[in-house]
Design a protein around this ligand. Structure first.
Ligand code: GDP
Length: 301
């Protein structure tokens, strides 16, 4: 079975640890709107987390960075008076250098990502959503800031007035993304932040119309009226969506066939605006949970 997964950087990588064991032909299309150049290198937080999760080297307490990484270079840079606002591990930085050198040599991000995931021994295909640079900008009373500044530097605390994706109007689906979407048997949208991880992928020219031709299943990252982790609730509210699994269904209403909610939201099972709502355990504490949820999703497809 050929399956395409749309992914951000926390919830979906957890799920991928299950899917990779069960699907032979797996392609992950990853959000790149949180990418940022720091200390001379391009960081693709969601691509890195997807690759690290698939390679089983992700720090599975924090769900970013490499397990057991050290921060010696980061600490030395700070000591030298260089303000590196993101905590970048030494092993993690090697990934960023690898990628950035390839980009400087003229490789595309798609090519650089393939070389990187192959170097980590990852079998699944990992594709950036587009080649063009897109930046998630958070509008706050203190001014506009990049998503990473909001989330890492300001710890997600500022009031959020609006969110927009700088450069998204130029973003078009790559040949690889189009081919994956056209040839797959179905699409899974993992439990990722609908606003900042999935909407950017949906806004890439060429993606949405192809999703409309396929069976699409989404796992809700919202359980009850709260996200399992991260700022998804705050962002959904700002964009006028209800912070609930059905609010997630509203974000994907144009093309979604099935919404998977947690068993604790079993009261939502049925039909919502033509979308089938089903329930199972969606909280992934370990790989076994991820595998069980993956089996459920494959069965649905
Ligand atoms: P980001 O790039 O770090 O924002 O990561 P994602 O967008 O991939 O993931 C964040 C979303 O994953 C949050 O909205 C969480 O609620 C959701 N999430 C994290 N862990 C789980 C889980 O075990 N189950 C479910 N259903 N959602 C989860």
């Amino acid at each position: 079975m050929k399956i395409v997964v749309l992914s951000g950087g926390t919830g979906t990588p957890k799920l991928l640890q299950g899917l990779k064991e069960l699907v032979d032909d797996l392609t992950v299309i990853v959000n790149t709107a949180e990418d940022i150049w720091i200390s001379g290198n391009k960081i693709c937080p969601d691509i890195d987390s997807v690759i690290y999760a698939l390679a089983e080297i992700i720090d599975d307490e924090k769900w970013w960075g490499v397990k057991g990484d050290t921060f010696k270079t980061h600490e030395q840079l700070k000591r030298l008076g260089f303000d590196e606002f993101m905590m970048i591990g030494d092993l993690d930085r090697a990934t960023h250098i690898f990628r950035s050198e390839l980009l400087r040599q003229g490789y595309t991000l798609t090519e650089a990502t393939k070389k990187l995931k192959n170097a980590f021994g990852v079998k699944a295909e990992v594709l950036p959503m587009c080649e063009e640079e897109v930046a998630t900008i958070i509008v706050t009373p203190q001014g506009e800031m990049h998503f990473q500044e909001f989330w890492v530097k300001h710890k997600g605390k500022p009031e959020v007035l609006d969110i927009y994706f700088k450069g998204i109007e130029n973003a078009k689906a790559t040949y690889d993304v189009i081919e994956a979407l056209e040839e797959c048997d179905g699409v899974i949208i993992g439990p990722s932040n609908p606003i900042t991880s999935i909407i950017p992928i949906l806004l890439v020219r060429g993606v949405k119309e192809r999703l409309k031709q396929k069976k699409v299943i989404a796992v809700s990252p919202i359980v009850g009226n709260r996200p399992v982790s991260g700022p998804a609730g705050k962002f959904m509210r700002v964009k006028g969506y209800d912070v609930s699994p059905l609010g997630v269904a509203d974000v994907y209403a144009d093309f979604l066939d099935v919404l998977v909610v947690d068993n604790s939201d079993v009261n939502l099972v049925g039909n919502y605006k033509g979308i089938e709502v089903v329930a199972t355990d969606t909280i992934m504490k370990d790989k076994e949970d991820a595998k069980r949820l993956s089996e459920f999703l494959i069965e649905l497809l």
